[in-house]
Design a protein around this ligand. Structure first.
Ligand SMILES: [Ca+2]
Ligand SMILES: [Ca+2]
Ligand SMILES: [Ca+2]
Length: 206
C-alpha cells in the first residue's frame, strides 16, 4: 500500500498546488525591435504608418512604440499579443506608460487611446495636450489560459498619436473557487485505479 499512498499524494499535490499563473507580456519594454504592420518582437501591429512604429526615443526609457496613422475613423493603429499562462477565473492587472508623441499641442475626445483584453476595453484616455508620461492600469478576469491584449491610438476619428512603453500583466488575485471535493475524489479514485493496473502488470511479469 505504500506505493498507492505515494501516487495519491502526488496526484493531490498536483491539483492543489497548481501553477503560479505567471502572465508574461513578451517584450513589454520594447527592448527588441517591433515591425510596423507585421508580426515580430512578440507583438503584431496593424494600421500604423511610417511616422509611427518602434522608435529608440519613444520609450520610458529608450525604446518604445508609437501608435500613429492619419486619424482615419475606420481604422486605428494597434499593437497586440496573446498573453498565455493565465489562470481562468483569476484577476489580472494590465499596466504601462503612455504619452503623446507628436500631438503635444492638441487634445480631444474621451476614448482616443485604449487598452483592451479580448476586445473589451479596460482603460481609455482622451488625447493628452503635452508630452509627459502617464501611467495606465486596468484589470480583467481571465476566462481562459490566454488572453488577447490590444493597445490602440487615434480611436474614434481623432488624429492624436500615442507612444507606449513598459506594458505588463500581473496576477492581482487568484480565483476564489477551489476544486470541489467531488472532483478531487474522482482524481483520487483514478489514481488508485491507475496504480492498481501498474501493480497488476508488475505482478504478471513476476
Ligand atoms: Ca522601453
Ligand atoms: Ca497621426
Ligand atoms: Ca483611427
Amino acid at each position: 500500500m505504500k506505493s498507492l499512498a505515494i501516487v495519491a499524494v502526488l496526484a493531490m499535490a498536483g491539483i492543489l498546488s497548481g501553477q503560479p499563473g505567471h502572465a508574461q507580456v513578451v517584450n513589454g519594454n520594447f527592448d527588441e525591435f517591433v515591425p510596423t504592420n507585421a508580426t515580430g518582437g512578440g507583438w503584431t501591429t496593424t494600421d500604423g504608418d511610417s511616422n509611427g512604429g518602434w522608435r529608440s526615443d519613444a520609450g520610458l526609457p529608450d525604446n518604445g512604440f508609437v501608435l500613429n496613422a492619419s486619424g482615419a475613423f475606420a481604422t486605428d493603429p494597434t499593437i497586440s499579443q496573446s498573453v498565455s499562462g493565465l489562470i481562468p477565473g483569476a484577476t489580472y492587472n494590465v499596466t504601462g506608460n503612455f504619452r503623446s508623441y507628436y500631438s503635444f499641442a492638441s487634445s480631444g475626445g474621451t476614448k482616443v487611446f485604449g487598452v483592451a483584453v479580448n476586445h473589451v476595453f479596460i482603460f481609455e484616455s482622451a488625447g493628452i495636450p503635452e508630452k509627459t508620461w502617464h501611467s495606465f492600469s486596468g484589470s480583467f478576469v481571465a476566462s481562459d489560459t490566454s488572453a488577447l491584449l490590444q493597445l490602440s491610438g487615434e480611436r474614434n476619428g481623432w488624429d492624436l498619436d500615442f507612444a507606449i512603453d513598459n506594458i505588463a500583466m500581473t496576477l492581482a488575485s487568484a480565483p476564489t473557487d477551489t476544486p470541489e471535493p467531488g472532483a478531487l475524489a474522482f482524481v483520487f479514485a483514478g489514481s488508485l485505479a491507475g496504480a492498481a493496473v501498474i501493480r497488476r502488470r508488475y505482478r504478471t511479469r513476476l
